[in-house]
Design a binder for this molecule. Structure first.
Ligand SMILES: [Zn+2]
Length: 219
């Protein structure tokens, strides 16, 4: 995944609040910026929900657990396609079928960007007192290794996941999207399909790579 525009993945505080002076990006123990799998998963889920609703499917309303299938439905078979893929909590909890690993830079990011912004009081629309803040961002061009593991998706679920991944490119990841931050490009390098036989050591894995992998999101 490549940052097409600067990328700000903070500690989850995506809205600038009055009095905030500094919004750092998340860093790993080596001091390198990274993108937590949970951020990616959240973004991809939101895109999947939007697409599924546009297709006329009945999709529940996360993040409030009370509004999700695990609280509202009594049988897993009746859960919406997004809860089946991404999981739900509630009376009945269902684990996610997909995992997003934390994404680390493929090459060290030597320097982070710093941009200054002005916080606006949301109540009055006026510039807030002491409202200058600095936001840190990963520069455009930085590339991250992204790994997604999916377990037994149905054909429809896989189709929706691919659509959501494509749709992420036209939305934004992280904060300050109103100033153009957070545009990313996802390129699939390799798809591995592993059956029970693979883990038992009696069968090989099916690998799609090169140009076929690049086209994988489109088919
Ligand atoms: Zn649901």
């Amino acid at each position: 995944m490549e940052a097409v525009t600067p990328l700000h993945i903070g500690s989850g505080k995506l809205d600038v609040e009055i009095g905030e002076v500094d919004l750092p990006v998340l860093r790993d123990p080596r001091g390198q910026p990274y993108i937590p799998g949970s951020s990616l998963k959240g973004r991809v889920r939101t895109e999947a929900e939007r697409i599924a609703r546009k297709m006329g499917m009945d999709i529940c309303e996360p993040p409030n657990v009370d509004n999700m299938c695990g609280s509202k439905k009594s049988r897993v078979e009746d859960f919406c396609i997004c809860c089946k893929i991404f999981g739900t909590a509630g009376k009945i909890s269902l684990a996610s079928k997909i995992k997003f690993r934390d994404a680390y830079p493929l090459e060290n990011v030597e320097r982070l960007l710093e941009r200054t912004g002005i916080a606006i009081d949301r109540g009055t629309g006026a510039v807030a007192k002491h409202a200058l803040y600095t936001i840190e961002a990963i520069p455009a061009g930085a590339k991250f290794g992204l790994e997604i593991v999916a377990d037994n998706l149905s054909d429809d679920e896989l189709k929706l996941l691919k659509a959501a991944l494509k749709s992420v490119e036209d939305s934004a990841l992280g904060g300050s999207s109103t100033r153009g931050f957070g545009k990313v490009k996802i390129t699939i390098d390799c798809v591995r399909e592993r059956t029970a036989g693979y883990y038992l050591g009696v069968e090989g894995e099916k690998v799609v790579s090169g140009e076929d992998a690049k086209r994988w999101l489109m088919v």
